[in-house]
Design a protein around this ligand. Structure first.
Ligand code: ZN
Length: 593
């Protein structure tokens, strides 16, 4: 049997944001062992070149230093030796996100993809990981949160953990801090809720509500759950949002104000609804993408981009079931769910990028487009999350309509899960389409051609009407009005066609009055109609004018003052509201899980 690789990791200098890692390889390649770090982390499709954060690296065998040489941006080659080798390196960790590593005197966090070098050609060997506490009184209350298997360490303690192989090793992020911890069981599986950062959260409520969501998703795919325990890790910050899924845990970042507070009672604030939706999303991924996954990801090639057209299914279907799961768990009412759904529809329709890029193209090009969005993204690309979730909705309603509600996306997902359990195989690029046609007992080729490969809008109004829901379009109030409720203004709103960050233009909508007048992203507006513009008050300033009236706008482009004559327009009709017209029909869809 091959011998386990031994990793020891310690926050060696938190104030300098440095982890020290020691890797011992019992039987290195006699021709010179190769070691490398991934260029990307599964679930986040961008080349991040984590090896750039390795600051120093040295190796020794038989008590003597041996040579190591960099052979490409992410790979080192050791001098050939016929003995056990220990490699010691330091990793700089100062990325406050769920994708890399972060360390200071308040907490430490790392993904294996940032800190654990792969022993090339021995990636199937088991791995032992010793997590060592930082030295000093400042850290005496730190504990360890991770879904890595215990191998001597006590639960939440420093010490030894293990992983089956390199793929397993890099799929269990680790949080080190004096964090808040609460636990609950869902369908018999222990779940930890770990919060790092200053917060005022009502932990009892959080556990109670998450338990409902977890049980819903476990029962959706069928018991037993595919993991022995699960960890929700959240870093609480003043302003932030994000999540990354793993096989038995998730890393989240959220706004302090989004967590439930004891004084909220049973009220679900908009912020808490967002947080629950995020938890529901990452938890659904435990099945959809962590296990059911594209054949192109089995195994992952972490040395370069891997292209798949399927992210609409893994992110889109997951996005469809995330908010729906919050509703079906009984945590929010139907009206609240329909408000969220109408906001997704509005978001997609506010960007003309949807007329230029299909969801499959968005998926394929995610590395350079979705993950590298600039100010023109709204005019150039479509999100495989939002549009993908609308494809999932349209597919669900189409299957239900064709089968008098006997077949739905639920069955399709369950079938994908059963197939995975039977074979462990990844799914081919068109396999979901074939399976859907099989379940519907008819060829859905035309549906998928339109939904996945064309840039046409989906027939949502017609499908929703069939299930007792009326989709109503109206003009937007402001650039950031995503609908879900009636317009807040009853007078016609003048339209400029920008989204702002303070007084700076963040983006310009194509063919809008702003673009026609020559205003551009990055311009700083200083006066509208000869009056000084206060920060964040563009809408208020524009309300002095009628749609189609002209106004002079002064702005700086870089340090040059420019004058723009703008003929304002009428707000576009791109914002929607969903209203139930037939409770019974709506319930056939909304309450069927
Ligand atoms: Zn996701």
């Amino acid at each position: 049997m091959s011998q386990a690789h031994n990793y020891r990791i310690q926050p060696s200098n938190p104030k300098a944001h440095l982890f020290k890692v020691e890797l011992t390889i019992e039987q290195p390649d006699a021709n010179g062992q190769l070691l490398r770090l991934p260029t990307w982390i599964p679930g986040s499709y961008m080349i991040r070149d984590f090896a750039k954060n390795i600051v120093t690296l040295s190796a020794e065998a038989n008590g003597k230093t041996i040579a190591s040489k960099k052979i490409d941006k992410s790979t080192w080659q050791l001098e050939p030796v016929d003995a056990k080798v220990t490699v010691t390196y330091e990793v700089y960790a100062w990325d406050l996100s769920v994708r890399s590593a972060h360390l200071d005197q308040t907490h430490g966090y790392f993904n294996g993809t940032s800190v654990f070098l792969e022993v090339c050609n021995q990636a199937d060997n088991a791995c032992s990981v010793e997590i060592i506490a930082p030295e000093g009184d400042l850290y005496k209350n730190w504990r360890v949160a991770t879904s890595l298997a215990l191998d001597g360490a006590e639960l939440y303690g420093f010490g030894r953990y293990r992983a089956d192989n390199y793929d397993d090793l890099i799929d269990h992020p680790v949080e080190l801090a004096d964090f808040t911890l609460a636990t609950f069981e869902a369908c018999g599986v222990p779940h930890d809720v770990v919060l790092s950062g200053k917060h005022f959260a009502d932990m009892d409520r959080l556990c109670r509500d998450l338990k409902k969501i977890c049980e819903l998703h476990i029962n959706f795919f069928g018991q037993p759950a595919p993991m022995e325990r699960y960890v929700f890790m959240t870093l609480v910050v003043g302003d932030g949002y994000g999540g990354l899924e793993h096989r038995a845990s998730t890393s989240l970042i959220c706004n302090r104000g989004d967590l439930p507070h004891a004084k909220d009672g049973e009220k679900v604030t908009d912020g808490y609804r967002t947080y629950l939706g995020l938890c529901s999303h990452e938890y659904f991924h435990t099945w959809n993408v962590k296990r059911i996954k594209p054949a192109k990801f089995t195994p992952f090639d972490l040395s370069q981009e891997v292209h798949t057209e399927l992210l609409w299914a893994f992110e889109g279907i997951t996005s469809y079931y995330d908010d729906l799961g919050v509703y079906r768990s009984g945590l929010i009412p139907k009206t609240s769910y329909l408000e969220l759904l109408s906001q997704v529809i509005s978001r997609v329709h506010k960007g003309s990028g949807r007329t230029k890029q299909s969801v499959t193209a968005s998926s394929f090009d995610t590395w350079t487009k979705f993950y590298k969005q600039d100010e023109n993204a709204v005019n150039a690309i479509v999100s495989y999350y939002t549009k993908g979730s609308l494809v999932a909705l349209a597919l669900d309603l189409t299957l239900r309509k064709l089968s008098a509600n006997k077949v739905s996306l639920n069955q399709l997902m369950k079938k994908l899960w059963q197939n995975y359990q039977a074979t462990g195989k990844g799914i081919g690029e068109t396999e979901i389409q074939e399976l859907a046609s099989e379940l519907a007992a008819q060829d859905l080729g035309d549906f998928f051609q339109q939904a996945l490969y064309s840039c046409e809008d989906l027939p949502l109004a017609e499908l929703l009407a069939h299930f007792g829901v009326d989709l109503k379009w109206r003009a937007e109030d402001t650039a950031t009005d995503f609908g879900g409720k009636p317009a807040s203004q009853d007078c016609p709103t003048p339209y400029l066609g920008t989204r702002m960050k303070g007084n700076e233009i963040a983006l310009v909508i194509e063919d809008s009055p702003a673009q026609t007048a020559g205003l551009s992203a990055g311009d700083t507006l200083i006066a509208v109609g000869g009056l000084k513009l206060k920060s964040g008050e563009l809408n208020k300033a524009l309300m002095n004018y009628m749609p189609n009236e002209s106004v002079t706008i002064h702005a700086f482009r870089r340090d040059e003052l420019m004058t723009f004559e703008v003929k304002l327009g009428s707000a576009p009709t791109n914002t929607c509201e969903l209203l139930i017209t037939d409770e019974e029909k709506a319930s056939q869809w909304l309450d069927d899980h």
